[in-house]
Design a protein. Structure first.
Length: 51
């Protein structure tokens, strides 16, 4: 049986651009722009746990 590569680990961060916060992941995913930093962090947590 061939060795399967493990899924890439998701590492998320949030950044701010003006009044908006954005969640980003090392896999290329980007969350929606949010005025609430807490909602952007929630988007990131949801993305990490979705796999």
């Amino acid at each position: 049986m061939p060795h399967q590569a493990s899924a890439p680990e998701h590492r998320t961060t949030t950044t701010e651009r003006g009044s908006f916060a954005h969640a980003h992941c090392t896999c290329g995913w980007t969350g929606p722009a949010r005025r609430s930093r807490d909602k952007a962090r929630g988007d990131a947590r949801h993305h990490e746990s979705a796999d």
